[in-house]
Design a protein around this ligand. Structure first.
Ligand code: ADQ
Length: 489
């Protein structure tokens, strides 16, 4: 593909995800303020600089009036974003309901709580219908903006029907689908009443990607066991049509972090933090306040560590930065109160008149503050009960070139497969083991810290988000060329 001046033009890419990378705040009838929002997918896709990319997704606000919708569409166009407008009922049924109440916990091996089971069973069909309807709305907007030759990259569990709807419209469209969460064992997936339809819709894509080989394997075995299809080393075959299935481990744009650390304001902030916590080791947790992140488990392990190691009590502090998400879902409200209650109890038990062992913040930190915190941390604690990858662990490593801090990482995060040898791997359900790992990490000799850090740093700097996106798209292009060759033979 060439431009008029002979130079190759960038490949056009339509990135379709439930949420746009910006949040919109209404400032007047026809004026909007846009802000980049935190989150794993957003952070990773900031690396898509080599493509002529446009984003399609929901802006996270209800805009019932046409004036507001037009104004928001215009503001977003400057950021190369195209909005989908979902009304409140749709958000309730599709997003809070089917996506976050059913697929999210199931894909993370979390059982639906006893008191919600009946309600979930009752509302299942209406939520599933809304899910399909929402996916159709996304498909309509993609169709409107699609030009021949575009690559359409669908993201995550919110959009499992999108490949099917797009291919039904135009079978020549290049469609890839990537899952950011784990794909669970087929034994878990088969509990879903809509298990077969979801699998078949995803299989309409040309290329299906996961963070790890294990998730890809679970998906293929769900297709063979539930749909009776044939799994091949390349993917899944159905009546002569091959859907490629592969692992594409995500990374981060690590230079964004290393560059930020050189800025005077970040350096100053680091100095302030070091003074503030002088004489104490700093432990850090940065998570969305979600049940998959294992925040209560982390704090309980820290409590056990303090109980068992009285000599550390006033020499260590845990900073837990937890950005609230899905705040209108009762389960998440319950989690917030639970975390507050545990933190309060532990601070009451081990705090003094001048210091507390845990600083817990329910908020997002701006990028520079986050970099400074990562850089001055001695031990980072990631205790996800399940996590597709976990970018926080990579971001911490990227900021540790001088400090060589230790990463304690859940074996249930995808990142454990890439940073396994550099991190201390733990089972977050086992508080005794996590407490012992905290003690080990705090006392770790410098040469071991150095060796572990080098291993992690090498991985983070050689597996970037740019490379992840480029590999996925190039594999998608190759898959289509191969399929054309096969059809011609
Ligand atoms: P998330 O569940 O959002 O992502 P993660 O991969 O850790 O999890 O990414 C979180 C991002 O949000 C990081 O970039 C982090 O810096 C930022 N963030 C989190 N808390 C913050 C806070 N308090 N203040 C500021 N920033 C904060 C999903 C999957 C993951 C997968 C990613 C990418 O659940 O498993 O790794 O997508 O595929």
């Amino acid at each position: 593909c060439k431009r008029q001046d002979g130079r190759p033009s960038k490949q056009r890419l339509l990135v379709v995800a439930n949420r746009l990378p910006v949040s919109a705040i209404r400032r007047g009838e026809d004026s909007w303020q846009l802000e980049f929002s935190a989150g794993g997918l957003v952070t990773a896709l900031l690396g898509l600089k080599e493509f002529d990319a446009k984003w399609i997704g929901w802006a996270g606000v209800n805009v019932p009036d046409e004036v507001g919708q037009r104004a928001l569409t215009n503001s977003l166009a400057e950021k190369r974003c195209i909005p989908i407008f979902l009304d409140e009922e749709m958000v309730h049924q599709y997003y809070n309901g089917y996506c976050n109440n059913i697929l999210w916990p199931l894909f993370h091996y979390l059982a639906i709580p006893q008191e919600d089971r009946l309600a979930t069973t009752r509302s299942f069909q209406s939520q599933f219908d809304a899910y399909k309807k929402a996916n159709q709305m996304f498909a309509e907007v993609v169709k409107e903006h699609y030009k021949e030759g575009d690559v359409v990259w669908c993201h995550d569990y919110h959009l499992m029907f999108l490949p099917k709807y797009l291919k039904e419209y135009n079978n020549k469209m290049k469609v890839g689908w990537f899952l950011h969460t784990p794909f669970p064992s087929s034994e878990i997936h088969r509990m879903l009443p809509s298990r077969s339809e979801l699998l078949r819709s995803v299989l309409a894509a040309d290329l299906v990607g996961f963070h790890t080989y294990d998730y890809a394997r679970h998906f293929v075995s769900a297709c063979t066991r539930i749909l009776g299809l044939e799994g091949t080393p390349e993917g899944v075959e159905d009546q002569g049509k091959l859907t490629r299935v592969a692992a594409f481990p995500i990374g981060i744009d690590y230079e964004r972090f290393t560059r930020a650390l050189e800025l005077p304001q970040v350096q100053n902030h680091m100095k302030e933090l070091k003074q503030r916590f002088a004489g104490r080791k700093v432990m850090l947790g940065v998570d969305r306040l979600d049940m998959i992140k294992g925040i209560p488990q982390k704090i309980l392990a820290f409590e056990k560590f303090l109980e068992e190691n009285p000599h550390w009590r006033d020499r260590v502090v845990l900073l837990q930065i937890a950005v609230p998400t899905r705040t209108d879902v009762p389960e998440y409200q319950k989690l917030t109160s639970q975390v507050h209650e545990i933190v309060g109890r532990i601070n009451g038990k081990f705090g003094t008149l001048t210091a507390v062992p845990i600083h817990h913040l329910d908020r997002s930190l701006d990028f520079h503050a986050l970099c400074a915190l990562y850089a001055i941390t001695d031990v980072a604690l990631v205790t996800s009960l399940r996590d597709g990858m976990n970018l926080v662990s990579y971001e911490f490593v990227a900021c540790q070139a001088s400090n060589k801090g230790v990463l304690i990482l859940s074996e249930f995060a995808g990142a454990a497969q890439s940073l396994g040898a550099g991190a201390i791997l733990v089972n977050p359900w086992n508080v005794t083991e996590v407490a012992a790992s905290i003690s080990y990490a705090l006392d770790m000799p410098a040469d071991e810290r150095e060796k572990r850090h080098q291993h992690n740093f090498k991985h983070v700097t050689t597996h970037t988000s740019q490379e992840w996106a480029a590999t996925f798209v190039s594999e998608l292009n190759d898959t289509i060329v191969e399929a054309q060759l096969r059809t011609r033979q």
